[in-house]
Design a binder for this molecule. Sequence first.
Ligand SMILES: CC(C)(COP(=O)(O)OP(=O)(O)OC[C@H]1O[C@@H](n2cnc3c(N)ncnc32)[C@H](O)[C@@H]1OP(=O)(O)O)[C@@H](O)C(=O)NCCC(=O)NCCS
Length: 214
Amino acid sequence: MESHPGFTLLPTQLDSTIVLADTDAEAEWARIDLSSLTKQEMNYASEFEPDAAATWAAGRVILRHVLGTHLDRDPDDIEIRLDSAGKPRVEECEFSVTRARRLVLVAVADDPVGVDLEAVPEHAVAAEAMSLLHPKERTELEQGPQSDLATDFVRVWARKEAFLKALSTGLARDPGMDYIGVGASPNSPHPDIEIFDLESGLPKDYHAAIAFNR
Ligand SMILES: CC(C)(COP(=O)(O)OP(=O)(O)OC[C@H]1O[C@@H](n2cnc3c(N)ncnc32)[C@H](O)[C@@H]1OP(=O)(O)O)[C@@H](O)C(=O)NCCC(=O)NCCS
């Protein structure tokens, strides 16, 4: 796929096109040129406070452009609808989108896919959010070096959100129900879902994971 100027194609062996856009740098245009958004999308964004609205809208602009390139269609003409779980869908392919601070990551694939990007939080935030994890994951974090807690937490959290997006439930399914693990390789709790860490091409202090529902 050809990338739009300002987008980075992440190197991967996985069956997915994965595009990173920094809306605070090369892809800043996506915060300004909102011409590809529908009226409903503009109305939806206007419900947020200004910075969150600008980031959401920029993410949707980037998604439209990535899908447009993938499908060889005009980004304005792509019909994105939400399913009953709130997952955005198009008829022609599977995709997933995630935002962290001003970065946007989009994955396009043949199989249902979930992607999640997270910035490493403050230690105290990670320590508090640990309560959302599976009990065994909490134990793994408690037994690991406390200096690595925030990084270890965010690694498992990104895996978990990618998994829940590939499952299409999102956080409507309790993230504490499934054991995915903090260790070197993610454990998939579902026979049809594969989970991978995304390690190449991300800025320092960000973690991402992708999951495929085959
Ligand atoms: C989807 C969800 C996991 C997103 O997590 P997040 O870290 O806040 O945000 P991210 O940027 O990583 O991902 C947001 C994207 O997830 C996607 N998404 C939303 N619902 C989804 C679902 N059920 N399945 C898969 N993907 C979904 C959307 O593409 C969304 O981007 P968009 O708003 O531009 O369309 C989470 O917000 C969620 O599950 N929401 C629905 C259920 C809910 O609101 N529960 C109460 C919160 S505890």
